[in-house]
Unconditional design. Structure first.
Length: 228
């Protein structure tokens, strides 16, 4: 097996163990391969080893990969910051968008998705309240969700966060717990919505995220190695 295939096998084992320790059901957590700045060959290796979910941050790079790998059954997730003038292209080429943080962006994605299946989206939450970080603050989350749920070409699936970078597991746990509680609040407030997704946890904190309820972990370095 290639290094990427070995890494993917090890990650699946880590996820499985973390699920068991958290007393969660088998296959409760999906691995999203964060493939930004990775060459096509690395994505092809991961796909050959069974990986089908890939997350991209940069639109032009992603469009190149989507075109070159169109023969593969890949689910493409956009996970980077969204500029208004890129919403049409994003809406037409991705099945998921994790980084919606304002109504204007949601409306533009909705308008551009007309005639297609609903676009799965997550609201990005600035769970650590860092001024430099994208995402809606928790006190703004419910009204934004209410507005997005009125958009017929979008399917609001849950929440995403990029927490404060820290190696302290207690701080990691607190941030992930807050996001999980925010999703539970939305589920209670909007019981008709399919709010089933927590996109949280990366290479250095995915076990803590899984313990707190992550359903998608976004893994780059631990799968592909350090970015070139």
């Amino acid at each position: 097996m290639s290094n990427i295939a070995n890494n993917l096998h090890a990650l699946r084992q880590q996820i499985s163990t973390a699920q068991q320790l958290a007393e969660r059901s088998e296959n409760a957590v999906q691995l999203l391969a964060v493939s930004k700045n990775q060459p096509l060959e690395s994505l092809e290796e991961a796909y050959a080893a069974g990986q089908t979910l890939f997350g991209e941050n940069y639109l032009q790079e992603a469009l190149f990969k989507i075109s070159k790998l169109s023969h593969l059954n890949i689910s493409w997730h956009f996970i980077g910051p969204i500029q208004s003038n890129k919403t049409k292209t994003i809406a037409q080429h991705f099945s998921w968008v994790h980084s919606v943080d304002r109504l204007k962006i949601a409306q533009r994605l909705n308008n551009a998705r007309s005639g297609m299946s609903p676009l799965n989206i997550c609201i990005q939450v600035n769970i650590s309240e860092e001024p430099s970080k994208s995402g809606v603050l928790l006190d703004q989350l419910e009204p934004l969700a209410a507005e997005i749920l009125q958009l017929s070409n979008l399917s609001l699936r849950g929440l995403m966060a990029i927490p404060l970078a820290t190696s302290d597991p207690t701080v990691q746990q607190q941030q992930f717990h807050r996001l999980a509680q925010a999703l539970k609040h939305l589920q209670h407030t909007f019981p008709e919505a399919k709010l089933d997704t927590l996109s949280m946890g990366m290479s250095n904190d995915m076990e803590v995220a899984i313990k707190e309820g992550a359903t998608i972990v976004r893994i780059g370095t631990a799968l592909f190695g350090a970015r070139k």
